[in-house]
Design a protein around this ligand. Sequence first.
Ligand code: PSU
Ligand code: MN
Length: 303
Amino acid sequence: MDVNRYLDIAPEVKEALENGKPVVALESTIISHGMPYPQNVETALNVERIIRENGAVPATIAIIGGRLKAGLSKDQIEYLGKKGYDVPKTSRRDLPVIVAKGMDGATTVATTMIIAAMAGIKVFATGGIGGVHRGAQETMDISADLEELAQTPVMVICAGAKSILDLGLTLEVLETKGVTVIGYGTEELPAFYTRKSGFGVDYRLDTPEELAAAFRAKLDMGLKGGMLVTNPIPEEYSMDPDVINKAIDEAVEESVKLGIHGKQTTPFLLAKIKDITGGDSLASNIRLVYNNAALAAKTAGKM
Ligand code: PSU
Ligand code: MN
């Protein structure tokens, strides 16, 4: 496969990869659809700084003018952040047309994994992944992120899954697809805004070395697919479970009433939850992304 025909790796990222230095991939749907401007741009730039402070090179991933980009400039991050919802949210199924038409695209977890793997990047930090939506027994709304974790060799470090999803069913699908779900320093799946969900993870690991060793073993055995590391939000930034769960229930109810579906669902719910909580959820969201970026950089350093 001649990936270089489509892929531009930023010089700093390329240099790091060629010399075996740690690199961390970052997604861009979190910038365009996951947070409002200008907090989205500020967060994206801070995340890059945190990764550098922890000894790795950041590679924010997006599609610009039909080119797959591993590593963006500040101006490109500002551009995506300002355009927001006007940049198409691009998951695996969207990729061929976005590229062929020379369009811009904001990469989801799934697409970021695809491009990271093409570039040779093994570790990817984000906030939350997509999963099995509540009511999926009827709607069949299951994120392509889960399928990607089953087939593409990238470690995804997130803060667990938020209860806009059905966490129990999300774990069942991950099990079926053979995706290891690791709790970083915890036996319990973190629920994004809070440290606890009531659901267990598959394995608890406690250091970046242990995370890297598990992923290395997987790669060495030739097992396809990624690995999901769930890293609890730091205690001081976690939200009151009653407050956040009530906001989530309200947002889900509203989305059902308005008939929101398909790729609009996750961005709609995130924006709604932010409004209901008066911005508190956004503040927590930003902090947990920083926390994941630091862990990803340290883990990439041991890979
Ligand atoms: N969860 C978040 N913030 C996000 C997303 C999920 O807390 O920004 C984004 C990610 O890019 C993820 C995508 O890959 O939403 C999942 O969308 P869907 O459920 O449509 O697959
Ligand atoms: Mn969906």
